[in-house]
Design a protein around this ligand. Structure first.
Ligand code: ZN
Length: 162
């Protein structure tokens, strides 16, 4: 058996790439997440309690309009072939939709905004990496600094209040 430990030059590439997805609204999962509050632009109280506190999962999932929401046949997928959101029986025996539909043009706008945001991030990170590779001193972007600081407190992250 021959052991190879050298990466190909492509694997060693330090380029920051935009994710290779077709739909930036749902990342090809069929469900539009709200981690960046993009849905709140259209539904201000989505996944929020009555006092405005963020409570992810409180509301039904937003089902995308792209191919990822459709199944391979008429018994699978988050949407049926006619575009209606699939219903399933809940634990009380009632039929319930798997999620809800936000208008197509709003989902398209979320796709456009997220794609643009990824492209801007890739451009910024690649500029920084290129400067750093040349030995230039670069300042860490605030969003990386914030994550670094949060990870610095990770030991207390899962502690129960005393
Ligand atoms: Zn999608």
């Amino acid at each position: 058996m021959t052991l190879f430990y050298r990466r190909t030059s492509l694997d060693r590439d330090t380029t920051f790439y935009v994710p290779k997805v077709t739909c930036f609204a749902c990342n090809d999962s069929g469900i539009v997440a709200n981690g960046d509050n993009a849905i709140n632009k259209y539904i201000p109280d989505y996944d929020k309690t009555s006092n405005g506190k963020i409570n992810g999962g409180q509301d039904l999932a937003v089902i995308c309009h792209c191919d990822a929401a459709y199944g391979k046949d008429d018994t699978s997928g988050l949407r049926e072939n006619n575009g209606n959101i699939r219903q399933v029986q809940n634990f009380r025996g009632e039929m319930q939709c798997l999620g809800f539909s936000l208008e197509k043009d709003k989902i398209r706008q979320i796709h456009i905004d997220r794609k643009a945001s990824w492209e801007a991030t890739a451009k910024e990170i690649n500029t920084l990496r290129s400067k750093r590779a040349k030995g230039e001193k670069v300042e860490t972007p605030y969003y990386i600094q914030v994550v670094k600081e949060e990870l610095g407190n990770i030991n207390s992250m899962f502690n129960f209040p005393k």
